[in-house]
Design a protein around this ligand. Structure first.
Ligand SMILES: Cc1cc2nc3c(=O)[nH]c(=O)nc-3n(C[C@H](O)[C@H](O)[C@H](O)COP(=O)(O)OP(=O)(O)OC[C@H]3O[C@@H](n4cnc5c(N)ncnc54)[C@H](O)[C@@H]3O)c2cc1C
Length: 316
């Protein structure tokens, strides 16, 4: 048996953030993730300045590629405009591994299967034992499924589906492009250039609404590829897209049960307008850490539900 104060399932931004904060206060924690890090995580990798602030990261000191966007090129239906902003992009394969390493948590590659409670402790797969348990396992978090999922849950209504690809490309346009609600897409598509000649393109939207419209994400992916070709943003590329999904939070969802907490995508914290989930994952991890350290309530009121207001803030 391996005993710890806090067992954290998932080493993504949510898990790494709580581990980092707890370790700063000398609390021992074990992070379990089924993947070895660095691990590939499909994501546009757009982050707000608040993410860097929350994690006390000086942009000049981040050791990997960090791209600053001062303008977003936005298409909203038939309207096109430039939005002055102050946002960044990172590569998840670099960012997540760096955060986890920086947390100084005791990390184990382990796929969590069974969770039980015994004598005031949480026990994972008969091996890892902790007083506190944190579900930071993303969309399919085993902590959510074992301890939190209501019997009558119908989360499918809040399901967002996405398809994306990230690859090296000799980009001629270093600006971020966003296309909202094009061709009846209940969501948006993106072109996000990153540092060191990498670009990420993708499309995402409400699964329920796509179904209701008799539409498919594949059709919108094909339309995006066509648009990238026609606009000259990306030409002649052989795409290898992969599909992903996540849930959006519901007010009724439980965030804490006894000494077990949910953070990040395990709780569907991505914003309702743009599915920005890295910031909320990190903020919830930090808030859960405070609740454990101070023995206080775990309140997520300070986590914004929408991204758009943050896009309009142009000061650092
Ligand atoms: C296509 C796409 C594009 C996106 N673009 C953006 C963006 O540009 N900006 C943004 O802010 N957000 C974006 N998001 C959302 C963002 O990726 C997530 O909100 C964010 O990763 C949530 O972090 P997390 O730590 O909660 O979960 P994750 O990053 O998913 O980490 C969960 C970890 O748990 C591990 N795990 C899962 N199950 C188990 C198990 N049984 N045992 C052990 N480990 C397990 C996984 O291996 C994983 O490493 C995007 C999402 C998608 C799908």
């Amino acid at each position: 048996m391996m005993q710890t104060d806090v067992l954290i399932v998932g080493g993504g931004p949510a898990g790494a953030a709580i581990a980092w904060r707890l370790r700063q206060s000398g609390v021992h924690c074990i992070v379990l993730d089924q993947a070895e890090f660095p691990r590939f995580k499909p994501c546009a990798g757009w982050i707000t300045p608040e993410v860097l602030k929350d994690l006390q990261i000086n942009p000049d000191e981040y050791p990997y590629g960090l791209t600053l966007f001062s303008t977003f090129n936005v298409s909203l239906g038939a309207f096109r405009f430039k939005l002055k902003t102050h946002q960044y992009s990172i590569r998840r394969i670099e960012f997540d591994a760096w955060l986890l390493n920086r947390s100084a948590a005791d990390f184990h590659v382990h796929r969590v299967k069974e969770i039980r409670q015994e004598g005031g402790q949480y026990i994972i797969d008969g091996t890892f034992v902790g007083k506190y348990l944190v579900g930071a396992g993303g969309t399919h978090c085993p902590v959510y499924h074992t301890l939190f999922k209501p019997a009558d849950s119908d989360a499918r209504k809040t399901l967002i589906v996405a398809q994306e690809d990230e690859f090296p490309y000799d980009v001629s346009d270093n600006r971020c492009h966003l296309w909202f609600f094009q061709n009846h897409l209940p969501g948006y598509s993106w072109y996000v250039p990153k540092a060191n000649g990498i670009v990420n393109v993708g499309v995402g939207g409400s699964s329920e609404q796509l179904k209701r419209n008799g539409d498919s994400l594949k059709r919108h992916w094909n339309l995006l590829v066509k648009k990238l070709e026609e606009t000259g943003l990306i030409r002649g590329h052989a795409y290898k897209p992969s599909g992903h999904s996540y849930y959006l939070r519901q007010p009724s969802w439980e965030t804490r049960r006894e000494n077990a907490f949910l953070v990040g995508d395990a709780l569907g914290l991505a914003t309702l307008d743009m599915g920005e989930g890295i910031g909320p994952a990190i903020r919830s991890g930090l808030l859960a850490a405070e609740a454990i350290l101070q023995d206080t309530d775990y309140s997520l009121d300070s986590i914004p539900r929408y991204s758009f207001p943050s896009l309009l803030r142009i000061r650092r």
